[in-house]
Design a protein around this ligand. Structure first.
Ligand code: DGL
Length: 231
C-alpha cells in the first residue's frame, strides 16, 4: 500500500498521477486539515507534524509514503531515521527537473516556511550552483486553492491575486517556474499562461519517484484493489 499526505488538497495532484500509473495500487491519503496550513509553521512544529503523519500512514499499512507537500518535504532531512527511510520527499526530484529545464534561471513560488527553509535553492545549487534561483513566498495562494480556485475556475478577485504573484515571478527574469507548493499544481495552466514560463510540478515529479519504488516492490503489478482510503 502507498501512503500520500499533505496539509490539504495539494497532495491530490500527486494522488492523481499515481492512480493514472498504478490503477491497482491501494492508497491511503492523509490530509492533515486539523493542523493546516503547514506553510506558517516553525521548523520544529513541522518536524513533529510530519513525523506523526508518517507514523499514522505506516500504522495503516503504507509501505512507502509520498510527502506530497513541499513544506513538509523541506524538513525531511531532519526526521527520525525510520520515518525518513519510509518517506519520499518531493523537493529533490523537482529541483532536478528544474535544473534540466532552466536556461536563464529558476523562480520558485512556495509557502512562507518553504522559502524560509531555502530547500529549493539548496537542492538546485547541489545540482548546478551556476543557476540563479529566486524563491517567492505566496502563502495567500494556499487559501485560494483550499477555497476552490482551480484552473478553469478562477474568479476575477482570485485572478487579480494571481496576477500580482505572476508579476513578481516575471520580474525574476527566470524561464522556469517551480510550483513549490503542491496546492499550486491545481493552478498550473493559469500560472504557466500568466508567466509564460516552463512549469515544474513537484507533485508530478515526486509521483514519478513513488511509482518507480512501488513497481520495484510489486513487480507483478497484480496486487491491490485500486482503492483509495481518505483519512
Ligand atoms: N501543499 C503544501 C506544500 O506543498 C502546503 C500548504 C500549506 O499547508 O501551507 O507546501
Amino acid at each position: 500500500m502507498i501512503g500520500i499526505f499533505d496539509s490539504g488538497v495539494g497532495g491530490l495532484t500527486a494522488l492523481y498521477e499515481v492512480r493514472q500509473a498504478l490503477a491497482r495500487a491501494d492508497i491511503v491519503y492523509l490530509a492533515d486539515r486539523k493542523n493546516a496550513p503547514y506553510g506558517t509553521k516553525t521548523k520544529e512544529e513541522l518536524i513533529r507534524l510530519v513525523t506523526e503523519d508518517i507514523r499514522r500512514l505506516a500504522e495503516r499499512g503504507a509501505e512507502k509514503i509520498l510527502i506530497a507537500c513541499c513544506t513538509a518535504s523541506a524538513v525531511w532531512g531532519e526526521l527520525p531515521t525510520r520515518e525518513r527511510e519510509i518517506a519520499i520527499p518531493i523537493i529533490r526530484p523537482a529541483a532536478r527537473a528544474a535544473a534540466e529545464s532552466a536556461r536563464r534561471g529558476v523562480a520558485v513560488i512556495a509557502t512562507e516556511a518553504t522559502v524560509r527553509l531555502g530547500a529549493f535553492s539548496r537542492e538546485v545549487a547541489r545540482i548546478n550552483p551556476a543557476i540563479p534561483v529566486n524563491e517567492i513566498a505566496a502563502q495567500e495562494l494556499v487559501a485560494l486553492v483550499e477555497g476552490g480556485c482551480r484552473d478553469g475556475r478562477v474568479s476575477e478577485k482570485d485572478l487579480s491575486v494571481l496576477c500580482g504573484v505572476s508579476d513578481k515571478i516575471r520580474n525574476t527574469g527566470a524561464d522556469t517556474l517551480i510550483l513549490g507548493c503542491t496546492h499550486f499544481s491545481h493552478l498550473e495552466r493559469t500560472l504557466a499562461s500568466l508567466t509564460g514560463m516552463q512549469t515544474v510540478s513537484p507533485a508530478r515529479e515526486g509521483a514519478r519517484v513513488i511509482i518507480e519504488e512501488y513497481k520495484k516492490l510489486h513487480p507483478s503489478r497484480r496486487s491491490g484493489t485500486g482503492r483509495v482510503h481518505y483519512l
